[in-house]
Write a new protein. Sequence first.
Length: 89
Amino acid sequence: MVLYEENVKKAISKGTLQKAVFAKFNNVFIALDATHDLSLFDIKKLKSSGKRAYYRVRKGKYRAIFYIEDNSYYVISIAKREEVYNKWE
């Protein structure tokens, strides 16, 4: 299952995140949910000090930050590279 945080949903409704960009990432997460294979895409594990392991997936100039819990993908941020890491921290 793929779940999106409220800030991602707001960005889509406000138009700050283009629907075409969201569609690309949505397709990535649907494929990940079906296969559970992180090697299919450009995915890297991020350094974090908490219990949870965060990952980023790259599509062009955009990045998505997510974590995996109970075989579900929780997307917490989708934005341009310059902005995504600031929003995440």
